[in-house]
Design a binder for this molecule. Structure first.
Ligand SMILES: [Zn+2]
Length: 228
């Protein structure tokens, strides 16, 4: 698996690149967090043999594969959309169900595969984005153009058709237990099978992209629209 192109939606590389959207968005993607959708303060603890947990944990704090997720208010449509911030629980739903990250309808898929829009990282390795760990949910054909025109993470992106986007694990913050308590030690992508999952607070659900081909005509069309 390659991780060098892991998307930086909430955190990670190139925060400066996402500081100012290039133009005023014409739509508000479902994945976007609103200003009053903030984390709910909750105490994290280290459980013997279990790893990271909430002190007052309930079953809804974990996904079906046991990853621990942030407790976030869910109030879409309220106050101000923050286009540089992703709502982790909506990202999870979109990624698991393969729904369009803008309209929540079923994402586009045909014989070429599922439609994703990815930041261009072709320099990262030959054959990119094959085997990439990806946190950007897919798109439908109608929403890919507006997203390519304004989304701060995806302007200049490449339209990619992916035959097998395989559910893999999560991207989040890894913790370890120190003599002084729990310490966040940085971002990590971890598979659902990896024991290290027990020490990660998820931020994004991740799929590994297999069977990728860049949709050159669509990418060219998006680029033309972006510079208009
Ligand atoms: Zn859509």
């Amino acid at each position: 698996m390659n991780e060098s192109s892991l998307p930086a939606l909430n955190e990670g590389r190139s925060p400066s690149a996402v500081s100012s959207p290039p133009r005023r968005p014409s739509v508000i993607p479902v994945i976007t967090a609103f200003s009053n959708e903030q984390p709910v303060k909750s105490a994290l603890v280290a459980r013997p043999r279990l790893g990271l947990a909430y002190r007052d944990e309930v079953s809804a704090d974990r996904d079906d594969d046991c990853a621990l997720w942030p407790r976030m208010r869910i109030i879409p449509g309220s106050r101000r959309p923050e286009f540089t911030r992703v709502h982790p629980l909506r990202q999870r739903e979109l990624m698991r169900e393969m729904l369009c990250q803008v309209c929540r309808e079923e994402a586009a898929h045909d014989a070429r595969g599922w439609l994703f829009l990815l930041p261009d990282a072709r320099a990262d390795w030959p054959g990119w984005p094959e085997t990439m760990a990806n946190g950007h949910p897919p798109l439908c054909e109608e929403c890919v153009e507006p997203v390519a025109a304004f989304c701060p993470h995806l302007v200049g992106g490449l339209a990619v058709r992916v035959k097998q986007p395989v559910l893999h694990g999560v991207y989040g913050t890894e913790y370890r237990l120190s003599p002084n308590g729990l310490v966040a030690i940085g971002p990590k992508t971890v598979s659902y099978e990896d024991p290290a999952l027990a020490w990660v607070l998820a931020a994004q659900m991740v799929r590994i992209l297999n069977g990728c081909s860049i949709d050159e005509p669509l990418t060219a069309r998006l680029a033309r629209r972006a510079v208009r």
